[in-house]
Design a protein around this ligand. Structure first.
Ligand code: C2E
Ligand code: CA
Ligand code: CA
Ligand code: CA
Length: 277
């Protein structure tokens, strides 16, 4: 058996090397991407369901690879997390999103909130509060215009530390939003203790509300929960008129999704804002 084990090991060795090499290759490419400024942010509008107006936008990361074209975040965020490269990338995202929002305000467009996604690694990094404070100071964006999207999984490791950090972030004046709400293994109890402002209903609940009574009930319940806790509630992944009508009927405040617009490059987003005025 020992001998076979050794054979197996030898047999698998090349494959493992290949995988390791592939990862190294992507890691090197990610590093270069930062230097070469191959990252861009696309923006997806968030609409107020009462007024129908664009009130905010989510910044979504894209990698414009010279050969591969536009690489979506799912293809590289995980590796960026593992290697720690998400820290400089995340810092860049934060700064760019604030700078863009401020530039549009200065250009006379209606003032919009910009929502930025935070990774687990960023959340557990000691300098996070200073980094956000710095991005606001350097760009001049009012803190009230910055929304930070967090997932429930970030709170699980050390609840007390998470509460402290969230209060520090709140003290900066930024808005705190729970992304993918309802998909985590969390309990509702953190909603009592955490200074959260917004619940973002996960796309997986929204996609079937027109045909699935349970999903529809869950969405209505999350909206009611948000109202009772005096939180703002936004639905993501809205793709149809039926979904939109259901959300509005049930008092959802805002929506984001392909039904109104996909995430688009800054130039297209600006055009959309100007035409909508
Ligand atoms: P997320 O934060 O849940 O972002 C929403 C995702 O849903 C985006 O995918 C968006 O394009 C997509 N989406 C929006 N509306 C619709 C719709 O109506 N239908 C469907 N089918 N999809 C819709 P995207 O841009 O590929 O981003 C995927 C994930 O990558 C994000 O999920 C987020 O977790 C992560 N991500 C993106 N940008 C960043 C970033 O700057 N930093 C970090 N840490 N993560 C990011
Ligand atoms: Ca998000
Ligand atoms: Ca989400
Ligand atoms: Ca169901």
């Amino acid at each position: 058996a020992k001998k076979m084990g050794r054979n197996c090991f030898q047999f698998y060795q090349p494959a493992m090397n290949e995988e390791a090499q592939e990862r190294l290759r992507i890691e090197g490419a990610l590093r270069k991407a930062l230097e070469r400024e191959e990252f861009v942010l696309h923006y997806q509008p968030q609409l107020d369901l009462q007024s129908g107006e664009v009130v905010g936008m989510e910044a979504l990361l894209r990698w414009q690879h010279p050969e591969l074209g536009t690489v979506p975040p799912q293809r590289f965020i995980g590796l960026a997390e593992e290697t720690g490269l998400i820290l400089p990338i995340g810092a860049w995202v934060l700064h760019s999103a604030c700078a863009q929002a401020k530039a549009w305000q200065d250009a006379g467009l209606p003032p919009l909130r910009v929502a930025v996604n935070l990774s687990a690694r960023q959340f557990s990094q000691p300098g996070l509060v200073d980094e956000i404070r710095g991005a606001l100071a350097q760009t001049g964006l009012p803190a009230s215009c910055l929304e930070i999207e967090l997932t429930e999984s970030l709170f699980m490791n050390d609840v007390q530390q998470a509460v402290t950090l969230l209060h520090e972030l709140k003290a900066l004046g930024v808005t705190l939003s729970i992304d993918d709400f309802g998909t985590g293994y969390s309990s509702l109890s953190y909603l009592r203790n955490f200074p959260i402002d917004v619940l973002k209903i996960d796309r997986s609940f929204v996609s079937d509300i027109a045909h699935d009574a349970e999903d529809a009930a869950i969405v209505a319940s999350i909206i009611a929960l948000a109202h009772n806790l005096k939180l703002r509630v936004i639905a993501e992944g809205v793709e149809s008129r039926e979904q939109l009508d259901y959300l509005r009927r049930n008092g959802c405040h805002e929506m984001q999704g392909y039904y109104f617009s996909r995430p688009v490059a800054p130039r297209d987003f600006e055009q959309m804002l100007r035409e909508g005025k």
